[in-house]
Write a protein that binds this ligand. Structure first.
Ligand code: SF4
Length: 282
């Protein structure tokens, strides 16, 4: 999406899909990609700023965007409310809108928002207190390889992540973790090895869902996207199978399939792996 085409009364994208629920079933889920203010963290692999405003989000616009997105969406049970940044950044999601947003979440049994550990513990508690549905926070850990985490400019160490994960669980908030598979200058083998180790770490930290995102050339990477490893679809199928086995039903592990040709047999295999999981082996 081109920044000039964004308007504050419409999300820039709405997606309906099924997700594994972690209990052996699948659940209809709507994802609303809100048009809101840009993220101030500035990780160097991130190009989400292209879908954001350069000014603070006007109060009242997020509930209007939700109404536009949710009209006629009676079947979805879960809602992902993604803002290309951090939900508890008040410049992105005005706290004066929390109540109106929470009321629009009532029809769902789970609402997932994104957040970086630097933002808003008090605001999180305030928003959670207004919800009648289960809150899940998605955190971009990306990798547990410390040098890679530094190179991405995440402004978060693995210890910061671990502390935040513990705190979320103590607040009865579920944890979703985003991981990136690959970064510029590393081999496919290293990318896969660290993705699997990172997924194991996320499981140990209590993640309910781990979403692995293959690094794509369209991402930022400060002009070094051309040095990303080529990761084959067969290797991703193997990574998914092994990580799902590692999780052993304690977490759902999925590979993000956006941008892949859905008619490819390996992509179909990944889609089935994404959906058919969720019960711990005896
Ligand atoms: S990855 Fe997340 S925290 Fe980093 S710049 Fe992008 S939206 Fe902000």
């Amino acid at each position: 999406m081109n920044r000039e085409l964004l308007t504050t009364d419409r999300p820039y994208l709405v997606v309906d899909e099924f997700e594994a629920d972690g209990l052996g079933g699948q659940v209809a889920t709507t994802t609303i990609f809100l048009t809101v203010s840009e993220c101030p963290v500035g990780c160097n692999m991130c190009d989400l700023y292209r879908n954001t405003l350069t000014t603070p989000t006007p109060p009242g616009s997020v509930p209007i965007q939700m109404d536009a997105a949710l009209a006629g969406k009676g079947e979805s049970r879960w809602l992902k409310l993604y803002n290309s940044g951090n939900f508890f950044d008040p410049r992105s999601i005005p706290p004066s809108d929390y109540s109106a947003i929470a009321r629009r979440c009532d029809q769902f049994s789970r609402v997932v928002v994104e957040n970086h550990p630097r933002f808003g513990a008090v605001r999180l508690k305030q928003f959670r207190g207004l919800l009648e549905t289960r809150l899940e926070v998605a955190v971009g850990l990306e990798t547990v390889q410390p040098r890679w985490l530094d190179r991405m400019g995440k402004r978060m160490s693995r210890d910061d992540f671990d502390r935040y994960a513990r705190w979320l669980l103590s607040e009865q908030v579920d944890l979703r973790v985003f991981l990136i598979v690959g970064m510029p200058g590393v081999s496919q083998r290293e990318a896969l090895r660290w993705a699997r180790l990172s997924a194991r770490h996320a499981v140990a930290c209590g993640a309910r869902h781990i979403s692995m995102i293959p690094a794509r050339h369209g991402h930022g990477w400060n002009g070094r996207a051309g040095e990303l490893p080529e990761i084959s679809l067969d290797a991703l199928v193997e990574l998914a199978s092994e990580s799902i086995a590692d999780a052993d039903g304690r977490a759902v592990v999925t590979i993000d399939l956006w941008g892949f040709d859905p008619d490819t047999p390996s992509v179909d295999a990944l889609r089935r792996l994404n959906l058919d999981q969720g019960t711990r082996s005896p």
